[in-house]
Design a protein. Sequence first.
Length: 227
Amino acid sequence: MTKIDSRQFSPLDEKNAPTIEYYLDNPVIPACAGINLVKDLNHRFVASNLLFSRFSGVDPHRLPTLDDSDMPWAERGDIYRDHEKAVLAGEVYNVLEPLPGVVHAFLHTSKQVIYDKNGFPAGTTATAIIMNGYVDFHNVTGVSKVLKISSYKDVKLSANEAKLLFFLLKGLKRKQISELLNINLANYDYCMRNLKIKFNVISSVQLIDECIKLGYQDTFPFQIFFK
């Protein structure tokens, strides 16, 4: 998969980017492509653009001081907070993720650190592109109506195996993945056994290590069907 420079999603050049104080005084971000958010170090919303309200159901002026536990996706709040902690710790964050809001969407999200006027980390910014169309999670093939993103090369995986592997390599746990895939834990375990057999490993730790060696942590096993 070609790595995407997260800066291309930023509405403002990093050098001239506003500090968090600007957004504290201006909680509505001017209209721009996709969803735009700012959160503080306590993971509370500071600012957003109008488009985000379609998914949150909350007017941007009322959003500050709320957090993910107040949103329709409250059950996924811990996942988003863990991602923000990782960004604040210095990790690069570009990921595909569902947003189960008032209106459901599938997003390509980029998150970065935002600083205060003294140059200290003060929270995170998120910019997300809404991926319209039907998203099919499985090994891609060269069908003309399909935009080819990537594949697991010569490894033949079922749809659920490919989805499970994708989320496993993103750091999600057994219960979280089974809920995202809408499968029970027995089906999760069945898919995991098949993955271990196909990658010739005996543990999930070895599976992750093997996939990282193959570069699969950057693999994007999706098909996007445009109408």
